[in-house]
Design a protein around this ligand. Sequence first.
Ligand code: HEM
Length: 354
Amino acid sequence: MADIRPPWRVPLLVLGFASLIIGVGAGLLRLGWAVPQAAADVAAFHGPLMVSGFFGTVIGLERAVALARGWAYLAPMASGAGGLVLILGGPVAVAQALLSLGGAVLLAGSASVFLRQRALFTFTLAAGAASWLAGNLLWLGGFSVYETVPWWAGFLVLTIAGERLELSRFLPPSPVAQRAFVAVLAGLTFGMALEAHLFGAALLALALWLLRQDIARRTVKDKGLTRFIAVCLLSGYAWLAIGGAIMLAAGLAPGSLAYDAALHAIMLGFVFSMVFGHAPIIFPAVLRVAVPYHPLFYAPLALLHLSLMLRLAGDATASFEWRSAGGLLNAAALVFFILNTIAAVIRGRARKPN
Ligand code: HEM
């Protein structure tokens, strides 16, 4: 089956963003903020909506575009539909089955790429898809959300690590560094399956590996977009190290302050710094629209970091006020980023010669 044209990709993106918006609302409710009923109704599904409904769909879409095969779009279609079923209050088992189907198709696509090109980065991307499928299947099989969380975190972390490896393939890591990366992969896998402290140690090791190996350490001295991307990457790795260190020290006890701190250092600090940095590259590839760089790109990034510091300070001192204010400002940083990106697209269009 052939690829689908860029305009037909938009509805999939809209489905993913529906999960993001309602999912963030659900998270705010859990911090005590008043939110519209649609978000309040799905408070228990905040984690699944963010990881599987939103990230599963946008990552599935990005990979389907890269694969240029019609069947690969079944992954974002299924996970986007799964998120929608949760939002609309449909049967949870149907949503879980759709999300699992999304994971299975993403894994099939990633495995086919690995079989064509056997490399460390294609393997890591396939491992990320396998973690997502494992998490979704566990949830479908009756495990609670917090028990599946390490697999979902693994999905995002491995996907990002694989993409960074892919981008550095013109400057490949030394054989020793590659072996160290494989050891980290093994640690992550055992950690996801068996033990949160081990998972935390492996996340910390991955952050240190990325901080040392990524060309961002060099490109941060550059200018404009290149420098902005490097700042996003390096600050994201710092959050991954912080999240890993908290998990190494405190494990992942659901409902604890350390649980909130470790998860969001990783999912907001690390993952969204990567999103902010890669959006000016990924949007043009997926939607064929230009996102020209503007120095204002730094503003949502700064808000993300400062608000997360406030939230983690609230977690560390058991201050519910700081934690909730931090969470609200986290959401504001995401809204700011989306509006900024839309403004950049409009500027790009205005500049385009007819
Ligand atoms: C943008 C603002 C966000 C807010 C206000 C928020 C809020 C929350 C809250 C209050 C919890 C419960 C913590 C606890 O039980 O101690 C939570 C859990 C969680 N969050 Fe977030 N979050 C946000 C962003 C994110 C993002 C971006 C992701 C993923 C990419 C994410 C994934 C999760 C996961 C997986 C859990 C665990 C779910 C569970 O135990 O039910 N969150 N979040």
